[in-house]
Design a protein around this ligand. Structure first.
Ligand SMILES: [Zn+2]
Length: 69
């Protein structure tokens, strides 16, 4: 949960402006940057999924080509 330092509103990360400021008063919002930061293990998982799907595509193309000829 993020809190605006100027007007004291509690804000969810999605209700904060894209630049990390309060939508009501434009002040700086505490805690939103860490809440919006994407954790490193997300990128590890994403690259693993992309590598796996890429390998399956290569396998699928190879299977399709070998089936055609
Ligand atoms: Zn505010």
């Amino acid at each position: 949960m993020a809190e605006c330092t100027d007007c004291g509103r509690y804000l969810t990360p999605t209700s904060v402006n894209p630049d990390g400021t309060c939508p009501a008063c434009g002040g700086e919002v505490d805690g939103v940057r860490s809440a919006q930061a994407i954790p490193w293990h997300f990128w590890v998982l994403l690259s693993a999924v992309v590598a796996y799907l890429g390998w399956r595509v290569i396998q699928g193309v190879g299977w399709a080509v070998s089936g055609l000829f």
